[in-house]
Structure formats: structure tokens, C-alpha cells
Design a binder for this molecule. Structure first.
Ligand code: GDR
Length: 356
């Protein structure tokens, strides 16, 4: 009998990679679309697997979302991957009841008598931590972030811990640092950069406007991180883990790697935050659309974050030690994959623009 998994928010970046991983491992995968069609910009899983008999997608259904018990009774999952986070709107979606809070899901496990069958993974993020410049984050971190948009996430984290300790449910939290891919939404800086620069080479845009180029982030590939999510549920006992590469790069370095892959030679002029305006100009043209001296990266103060903490490192050594997990994709390879995907789209868009 194949194992059955339920993934919430299956149409997001992580949901789609996790679906691929689990189907490859022979699971039957059920996915819940959490948000109304208007918010569903990515539906990779749906597209890729719609003819697979081991894949079943449950369309957006407010009733099912407010009460997942009936679905659990029907499919009796071995594993639940609760990826109910839309970055930046988690508090709104969870607290207002448009998503499935951890409490609802864990209660549904209990009400269906699945405490000893169903293992539960909850996607938390480093955004929960009370970040202070210079600190290194491991599983012992304290969550004292007062911002409204992480309050619900903190509550979900502790609910998982509570159900694990009180009811013996196999519940784990993954504390994830930034993880990216060609499927990342365009409002995050990595995708904004790869898409923006690719568009520039094809004459679709003139300049990429960014915020703080000196901000440091620990970026991994989402495909590697979902492997870790699966591994967490295969252990003998449930625990929480930090998922990160342990290596940081600046936004400026990310821009440089992407430019390199596109064959753009950049000359950085300003320092970043201090120098609003012109930051990087082309020093050698790579496409007819570009001229030497064109400014293609500039800082726009609208994208600066007033209270940003940008020098926090991750310590994923517990995942390495206990689970033998290590990210397989370097930042450079991640950038290449993202750039190539965006370049293909940009070329297609440019052809359409030219020939209609
Ligand atoms: P982050 O991701 O806030 O770390 O949250 P994001 O990609 O938005 O920002 C990363 C860094 O880039 C700097 N930056 C810009 N960011 C954006 N979005 N747009 C810009 O133009 C720009 N210019 C510079 C930012 O200031 C920041 O330092 C992600 C999300 O997935 C969260 O949900 C999750 O909790 C954390 O990662 C871990």
C-alpha cells in the first residue's frame, strides 16, 4: 500500500516541489488549494500532475478549509505537510480563518483518531525569530517578534509543539530560511532580479529598481528544502529543525551572479543604501537593446525597509548532524537555473511583442 500525503497550499513553490518528490517516492498525494482562484498565481502541481492517478487536487473550498476533519476521515493521510503560509499575509489568512490554522488541522487529526497514524509537518520561517543583527539562529531561538504578520505563525509553531507534547502527535516544525527557485513569486528579490535582468537583455525593460543591495540573506533551493521536510517526518521521534544553507550572500552578489550568467558586465557605481539612484551600469553590451553606459540597476527608496535586520545567520548543523541533510544546490547554480528559466520566458515575450 502506498503512503498517503496531504499537502496544504499545494499550488505554491514548496507544494509543487514536494508533490514531485512524494510522487517519485510512490506516495498518493492529495493537495488542498488554500486560496481563492484570484490569489492563485502558481498552479504548477495542478498542471504537471493532473493526469497522474496518484495525484488528487482539492479545489478551493471554504468549508473544507475551515474544517479539514471530513477530508482527513476520507483520505486518512500518513503524512500532512501544512504549508499554509503566504508570505506577508500569514497572520491575516490564518487569524481571519481563510487558511487552515495549525490548531484546526491538529484538532482534525485528533477528532478522527489519527494521533498515532498521521505525522504532521508545519512550515515555519525564520521570520518568527526576534532578529538582532549579528545573531546566529538554531533550534533554541526564542520567538519574540512583535510584528502583526508573524503573530499567527508563532501561534502555529507553538500549537505543533503543544500537540506533540500533550497528545503525542508526531508534529514537527521546520524553521525555514529563504528558499528560492524559478517558481518563486516575483515579489521576492531573487526572482525580481533574475526576471528583471532577463527582461532587460531582451529589451522588455530598461532598469531594475531594488532596495537594499547590502542586505545579507541565506538563500537555498526550494527543491532541497522539501527533501528536508520529508526527512523530518521519517525520523523515530518528532523534533523541530532549522533549514538553511548556513552561508549568506548580499543582494548585490546575487545581482552580480545573475548578470554574469546573462553575459552582462556590470560596473557598480554607488554603494547601495546610501547612494539612491544610479548603481550599476553596463560596461559591455550583450544585446542589441543595451548600450555601454546604460544604467540597468538602481536603488529606489520605495523598496528600502526602515526596520530591516539584515545580518542574521542560520545554524543548520542539527539537520546535518541528525538527518544527514545538506543542501545540494549552490547559490551560483540556483541563480543559473532561475536566470535560464526567466530568460526563456523573456525571449518568448520579446518574440510575441515583435511578431504578435
Ligand atoms: P524576505 O525576502 O523578506 O527575506 O522574506 P525578500 O526576497 O522579500 O527580501 C530579501 C532581501 O532583499 C532585500 N531587497 C529587496 N526585497 C524585495 N522583495 N524587493 C526589492 O526590490 C529588494 N531590494 C532589496 C530586502 O530588503 C531583504 O533584505 C522571505 C519570505 O519567504 C518570508 O516569508 C520568510 O519568512 C523569509 O524569507 C525567511
Amino acid at each position: 500500500m502506498s503512503k498517503v500525503a496531504l499537502i496544504t497550499n499545494i499550488t505554491g513553490q514548496d507544494g509543487s516541489y514536494l508533490t514531485e518528490l512524494l510522487l517519485k517516492k510512490g506516495y498518493t498525494v492529495h493537495g488542498i488549494i488554500l486560496h481563492s482562484p484570484a490569489l492563485n498565481t502558481e498552479s504548477v502541481s495542478e498542471e504537471l500532475h493532473k493526469n497522474n492517478p496518484n495525484f488528487c487536487i482539492h479545489p478551493y473550498n471554504q468549508g473544507e478549509i475551515s474544517n479539514p476533519a471530513a477530508l482527513l476521515a476520507l483520505i486518512r493521510p500518513d503524512e500532512i505537510y501544512h504549508l499554509d503560509i503566504i508570505s506577508g499575509t500569514a497572520a491575516h489568512s490564518t487569524l481571519s480563518g481563510t487558511g487552515i490554522s495549525a490548531l484546526r488541522m491538529l484538532e482534525a487529526i485528533r477528532s478522527q483518531g489519527l494521533e498515532h497514524k498521521t505525522r504532521y509537518y508545519h512550515a515555519s520561517s525564520s521570520a518568527l525569530c526576534g532578529l538582532v543583527n549579528g545573531m546566529s539562529i538554531n533550534e533554541m531561538v526564542t520567538f519574540n517578534q512583535p510584528f502583526a504578520d508573524v503573530v499567527a505563525q508563532i501561534s502555529d509553531f507553538w500549537t505543533a509543539v503543544n500537540y506533540r507534547e500533550t497528545f503525542g502527535i508526531f508534529a514537527c516544525n521546520g524553521i525555514l530560511f529563504n528558499h528560492e527557485s524559478p517558481r518563486r513569486s516575483e515579489n521576492f528579490v531573487t526572482r525580481k532580479i533574475t526576471r528583471g535582468l532577463a527582461n532587460i537583455t531582451q529589451g522588455l525593460e530598461k532598469c531594475l529598481y531594488l532596495g537594499n543591495l547590502n542586505a545579507l540573506r541565506d538563500w537555498g533551493h526550494a527543491r532541497d528544502y522539501v527533501k528536508m521536510q520529508w526527512l523530518m517526518l521519517q525520523q523515530d521521534k518528532p523534533e523541530d529543525f532549522v533549514i538553511a544553507t548556513g552561508v549568506q550572500f548580499t543582494v548585490r552578489q546575487f545581482v552580480t551572479f545573475a548578470a554574469l550568467e546573462l553575459g552582462i558586465k556590470l560596473r557598480f557605481i554607488g554603494k547601495g543604501v546610501e547612494e539612491k539612484g544610479v548603481i550599476a551600469a553596463i560596461i559591455s553590451p550583450v544585446a542589441a537593446a543595451l548600450k555601454v553606459g546604460d544604467v540597468i540597476v538602481a536603488v529606489d527608496p520605495r523598496y528600502l525597509r526602515p526596520a530591516e535586520v539584515c545580518k542574521v545567520s542560520a545554524n543548520p548543523s542539527k539537520a546535518r548532524r541528525q538527518l544527514g541533510w545538506a543542501p545540494e544546490t549552490s547559490l551560483q547554480d540556483l541563480v543559473i537555473e532561475m536566470v535560464q528559466a526567466d530568460l526563456a520566458s523573456a525571449k518568448k515575450a520579446a518574440r510575441l511583442k515583435l511578431y504578435g
